[in-house]
Design a protein around this ligand. Structure first.
Ligand code: CMC
Length: 431
């Protein structure tokens, strides 16, 4: 890292000048280090939505939004999508390097042998209404793991941190499947250790006692791919939430539970559920034009879900890969989904519409993922849970990186106060 250059800040309000150091990473734009700005000038900076603010240094994931580049630990997402698998990618995110054969086997063994969940957690799930949203159940369950593993929550102990990472990645699919089965009133299935990660999850989701589950390998392949593509995405809203909560010294389960709640919003991971519901509402390719018109209308809050991204101002590289997989899955599973025709027409209409072109609004990762989940038989309300299973690797990798970074401080932004000036309390009869 070179910290050699500076930028000059001329403050006309009190006729002073300051030199602010520039910090450069391995890739990406240099950042103005404003850490001492308040002390030096008495000013804060203002950047709602963090459009120009780097909140941390991180060596995990890199995005070039203009070029449509996404790297995990330096490896292009396209190569990982083609050659890796979700567990190997999780190892990479956590440890910084791809595992050799022995390292991978040890990691897979650890994950496989932590997939069981306490029976009392299953009883805890029984307390929810059957129609509770799966994301509400997931956030509650993951936060509750802090209570189940109370004795191994020393955030300063690398062994406890590693164990929490293994437990989270291992148990997330078991909990997700338990949530699904509870909501459809089916008995829970235990994880089967002879299966690999994604297949085991699909068995827990869909196996019934009366007959063996016939699983098309393309289903597991597609889900594994979706998990790789969703595994991390630098300082997005949920990861930033995990880091902010983590900065207080909160335990990993509490921190990840906070990330889950942030992911739930429709502007973030909740978009995959919203996309499918929107495609269903649009209903037919004939109604696409009206939907596009509504999305452009400033007086209408309607947005095309699955379009646009804060960072990508070029095609989302994940969307390109998912689009291809979506066609493959539907073909190989023999699924004829009329919503795919609506999605294709919507994509075509938006990509040539001036409003979307000018604002660089392209289909994002969530535009096609829902169609794949639907083809696999995953209910719409479980879509964001799928995203959460995958993102757990990224969240916990960031949480660990944060705890391994010397000198980390609690995250504590400031504000521009716009309320009343100081005033005296008035007695009730004088108001
Ligand atoms: N449909 C119609 N107009 C849009 C859309 C959209 N999906 N997205 C952005 N715009 C317009 C917006 O109205 C604004 O127009 P103007 O400049 O005239 O005011 C301009 O584009 C810039 O939008 P913004 O809201 O300032 O952009 P942002 O970077 O704050 O928001 C976003 C990014 C992803 C929240 C937004 O594009 C959006 O709401 N998209 C739909 C939800 C979605 O698909 N989210 C998933 C994101 S990818 C997965 C993930 O992160 O979890």
């Amino acid at each position: 890292m070179s910290d050699a250059k500076t930028v000059k800040l001329v403050d006309e309000s009190n006729a002073t000048q300051s030199e602010l150091p520039l910090i450069s990473g391995t890739l990406g734009p240099a950042c103005v280090d404003i850490g001492t700005l308040y002390k030096d000038t008495g000013h804060f900076t203002y950047d709602p939505g963090y459009g120009s603010t780097a909140s941390t240094k991180s060596a995990i994931t890199y995005i070039d939004g203009d070029k449509g580049v996404l790297l995990y630990r330096g490896y292009p997402i396209e190569q990982l999508a083609e050659k890796s698998n979700f567990l190997e990618t999780s190892y990479l995110l956590l440890n910084g390097e791809l595992p050799n054969k022995t390292q991978f086997e040890a990691f897979e063994h650890d994950i496989t042998h932590h997939t069981m969940i306490p029976e009392s957690l299953t009883s805890f799930l029984n307390g929810f209404h059957r129609n509770a949203h799966p994301m509400a159940m997931l956030a509650g369950s993951i936060a509750s793991l802090s209570a189940f593993y109370h004795d191994e929550l020393n955030v300063d102990d690398p062994a406890d941190r590693k164990l929490a990472a293994i437990r989270l990645i291992a148990k997330m699919p078991t909990i997700a499947a338990a949530i699904h089965r509870y909501s459809v009133d089916r008995q829970q299935r235990y994880p089967r250790n002879n299966l690999e990660y994604v297949t085991r999850f699909l068995h827990m989701m869909f196996e019934v006692p009366s007959e063996p589950l016939e699983l098309n390998p393309v289903a597991a392949k597609a889900l594994d791919l979706l998990f790789i593509l969703h595994a991390d995405h630098e300082q997005n809203a949920s990861t930033s939430t995990v880091r902010l909560v983590g900065s207080t010294g909160a335990n990993p389960y509490a921190s990840i539970a906070a990330g889950i709640t942030a992911l739930w919003g429709p502007a973030h991971g909740g978009a995959n559920e919203a996309v499918l519901k929107q495609l269903e509402e649009i209903g037919s390719p004939d109604n696409v034009e009206t939907a596009v018109k509504r999305a452009k209308d400033k007086n209408d809050s309607f947005r095309l879900m699955g379009f646009g991204h804060r960072v990508y101002k070029n095609f989302d590289p994940r969307a390109k890969i998912i689009r291809e997989m979506c066609h493959k899955v539907l073909n190989e599973l023999g699924v004829k989904d009329p919503l795919l025709d609506v999605a294709l027409k919507l994509e075509e209409a938006a990509l040539k519409d001036e409003y979307f072109v000018e604002r660089k609004l392209y289909p994002n990762v969530d535009f096609y993922s829902g169609l794949i989940y639907k083809a696999l038989g995953i209910p719409t309300e479980m879509f964001t849970v799928m995203f959460a299973i995958a993102r757990t690797s990224g969240w916990i990798a960031h949480w660990i990186e944060q705890h391994e970074t010397p000198g980390s401080r609690i995250g504590r932004p400031r504000q521009i106060y716009t309320g009343a000036d100081v005033r005296d309390y008035t007695a009730a009869d004088k108001r």
